[in-house]
Ligand binder design. Sequence first.
Ligand code: ZN
Length: 131
Amino acid sequence: MSKTQPRPFAATRKAIAAALGEIDGLLPGTVILRHMRCGKAGCKCKADPPTLHGPYIQWTRTAQNKTVTRYLSPDQLGRYQSWFDNTRRLKDLVAKLEIVSLQALESAEASTAKAPVHRPTPPRRPRQVDT
Ligand SMILES: [Zn+2]
C-alpha cells in the first residue's frame, strides 16, 4: 500500500464544510398554511360547504418547553424562508458529514490493521465481603 495516500473523503468533507459555512441563519420550528373559521355569525366560513379564511402562515416552535405560535405575512415568509430551509439543510449536512467521517475512519484505520489492538481492561469485580 502506498505511503502517500490522500486522506479518504477529504474533498467530500471539505465540500460539506463549505456548505455549512454558507448557513447564515436558522429558524427553528415548522411553518404550515392554515385555513380557519372566524367568530362572525352568518359568515361564509360557516356556510355549507364552508369557505374558510386564509391561508394563514403559521409558524410554530418550542421555546423553554412551551409552544410558541406566530403568524407571518407572505412577505415575511419570503424574507425568512431560506432560514427555515437552512434548518433542514443543516441536519442533512451534519448527517452526511458523519457518514463520510465514519467511512474515512474505517478506511484509514483498516489500513493500519497491523497496529496492536488495545482491549479495554475489564472493570475489577468488587471484592466479595463476607458478613
Ligand atoms: Zn368567517
